[in-house]
Structure formats: structure tokens, C-alpha cells
Design a protein around this ligand. Structure first.
Ligand code: TXA
Ligand code: MG
Length: 312
């Protein structure tokens, strides 16, 4: 068994009581609550300090559960078929009798749904038998947690019930695709790339910066460490920690954290948030980041780095 029966029962009882459980997924840790319980969903916003206009993803155990919450169209069905369970969130119109709290839709008529692949998340969702609303388990605007220790760090004063698990295998949040209108829109890049999605459903539009309110994960400043980040650096300044990539690292730098000495983008993605946290602790003046290629998951890595570097 991937999760001890006693822990599973405790987690389910916690959700049934309207309280929060932090659970591992293959992307990042989620801060989950019963999606159909208004007070429980409100508690997620409160605990994260999350603005009410930012909608939540509902995690489902299976396709019929998803279909009872949102209206699938052809493209959505094709994407679910191709990529679920996995790191893909589909934003679709709510069904007319959708039981999910309207707070999860932030007052809109769409809902983001995802079927996670992580065996612990799967076991929890199947046992609970209802959708679980779960944003990343960090305080709003901060770096997403990729292991249980990060979640404890985020909520040190008042930790939720946290399920221990391995570090997230992907390490970046799911790809979010908007399918509520005729055209498909990439609302957040992730490990499933635009090209992989287009291979299944044809052309996908990129979300514009001005559509920030339709997907606040696209807000300019997000995933932010407390130190300033400089991107695409070739020289490191006094007091900076270097987040390196590949083997061509500038000489003589005091503090180097290499995201992937072999230049493997998947490894870099899996380490990114943990290394950003570590760099933030070690840095005196700032964090310098070497260029990361814009290929495959590199697009999502650069997206998160840009937001982490944006002015608050
Ligand atoms: O990998 C993930 O997606 C993780 C794990 C826990 O599943 N969750 C996650 O949730 O990253 P969160 O809340 O940190 O990010 C959700 C993103 C936000 O950018 C939000 O604006 C967007 O999805 N989103 C959710 N529902 C939406 C909706 N109805 N319309 C537009 N965007 C939506
Ligand atoms: Mg988040």
C-alpha cells in the first residue's frame, strides 16, 4: 500500500470534518479540502492568504467524477484521454447542478479539474469519493512546496494535517488549459508542453498578460523568494547565490546550486523550487540564475523564474 490505512482514514475524516489536508501530488504539494463544502473551501483561501478572485483546481478520482462537475467538449475529452491521470488541468464550464462550492470558481461559471497521477493522491481521492479543491500548499505568492518539509515551513505557526510523501517527481505545477470557449488557451505552461497538447487538439492560443484575472496564476509576480532574482546571468555579483544549469558554470562563485550539471531540463524542473528556497536562505544580496533553454519543460521553468523575478 502506498499510504498507511490509519493515515488515509485520518485524512478522510479530516476532509469530512471540513478541515485541510496537505497531500503530495506528482507536481507539487496541494492544500486540499472538500470541494463541495463552502466553509472548507473558504478555509483554504484564509490559510493561504489567497485573493478571493483566484479560482481553485478541483482534484478528481476519475472521469465520471469530473463529468459531474464540468461539461466536457470534444477537445477536453481528447486531452483527458491522452494525459489523465497526470499534470494537466482543464478549465471548463460548470455543469448546471455542479455541487462544487462557487468559491472554487471565484464567482465565475468555469471550474478547473485535474486527475492527479500520484498514487497517494489517487488513493485519497478514491477513498473520499468527492472532489478535493487544492491549490499549491504555500502561502499566496510564495514558492510552491515540492515536499512535506516545505509545507511545514510555509505554515509553521499553524500547520495543517500533512501527509508525508517523497519529493514531487515533476516539481512544477500542472499545465492549465482553458477550454470553456471555442478556442483552447494555455493559461499556465507546465511539464505537458504546448506542442504535446497541439498534437492532440490542434492550435492552442497563449494567454495574454491582460487576461491575468481569468487565470491569476499568470499574475506577473508569483512564486517569489524574498531575495531579488536576476535571470540569464553570465556573471555573478558579490553576495549572490548562483542557480546554475549545465556544466559551463562561471568560475570562482562562492555559493552554487546546480539545477542539473548534465543539463537535463526535467531534473532542473524537479529541483527548481527546492533550490529557490535554499538559495533564498543562503543569499546575502540576491539570487543569480543562468540561462535555461526554452525547450520542452524549459518553457515552464522560465515562466516560473520570470514571475519569481518580477517586481512585487
Ligand atoms: O499542479 C497543480 O496544478 C497543483 C497541484 C496541487 O495540483 N495545484 C496548483 O494550484 O498549482 P494553484 O491554485 O496554485 O494554481 C491553480 C492555477 C491558478 O493559476 C488559477 O488561476 C488557475 O489554475 N485556475 C484554476 N481554476 C481556474 C478557472 N476556473 N479559470 C481560470 N484559471 C483557473
Ligand atoms: Mg499556486
Amino acid at each position: 500500500m502506498v499510504i498507511h490505512k490509519k493515515i488515509l482514514d485520518e485524512a478522510i475524516a479530516t476532509w469530512q470534518a471540513g478541515q485541510l489536508v496537505a497531500m503530495p501530488t506528482e507536481t507539487v504539494y496541494g492544500l486540499g479540502a472538500d470541494a463541495c463544502n463552502d466553509e472548507a473551501v473558504a478555509a483554504i483561501f484564509a490559510r493561504k492568504g489567497r485573493p478571493q478572485f483566484n479560482p481553485l483546481i478541483v482534484h478528481v478520482a476519475n472521469q465520471p467524477m469530473a463529468a459531474s462537475y464540468v461539461q466536457f467538449n470534444e477537445k477536453a475529452l481528447a486531452l483527458a484521454e491522452a494525459f489523465w491521470p497526470g499534470p494537466l488541468t482543464l478549465v471548463l464550464p460548470r455543469t448546471s447542478d455542479c455541487p462544487v462550492s462557487l468559491l472554487a470558481s471565484a464567482g465565475g461559471d468555469t471550474l478547473g479539474v485535474r486527475m492527479p497521477a500520484h498514487p497517494v493522491a489517487q488513493a485519497l481521492l478514491q477513498a473520499f469519493g468527492r472532489g478535493v479543491a487544492a491549490p499549491s500548499a504555500n502561502r499566496s505568492g510564495r514558492i510552491s512546496p515540492t515536499c512535506a518539509a516545505h509545507v511545514r515551513e510555509e505554515f509553521a505557526d499553524n500547520p495543517p494535517f500533512i501527509i508525508e510523501g517523497d519529493a514531487a517527481s515533476i516539481g512544477l505545477e500542472s499545465t492549465v488549459i482553458g477550454l470553456a470557449s471555442d478556442s483552447a488557451v494555455l493559461l499556465r505552461p507546465g511539464s505537458i508542453t504546448q506542442q504535446e497538447i497541439e498534437a492532440v487538439i490542434g492550435p492552442v492560443e497563449l494567454a495574454h498578460a491582460q487576461s491575468a484575472i481569468t487565470s491569476p496564476g499568470m499574475l506577473a509576480s508569483h512564486y517569489a523568494p524574498s531575495h531579488r532574482l536576476r535571470l540569464n546571468v553570465s556573471e555573478v555579483r558579490e553576495g549572490e547565490v548562483l542557480l546554475a544549469f549545465g556544466d559551463d558554470v562561471p568560475q570562482g562563485v562562492q555559493q552554487v546550486l546546480n539545477l542539473s550539471p548534465a543539463g537535463d531540463l526535467k531534473q532542473a524542473a524537479a529541483r527548481l523550487f527546492a533550490y529557490m528556497r535554499q538559495a533564498d536562505t543562503l543569499a546575502e544580496t540576491g539570487i543569480a540564475v543562468m540561462p535555461i533553454p526554452m525547450e520542452g519543460i524549459g518553457v515552464a521553468i522560465n515562466d516560473r523564474l520570470r514571475r519569481a523575478a518580477a517586481k512585487k
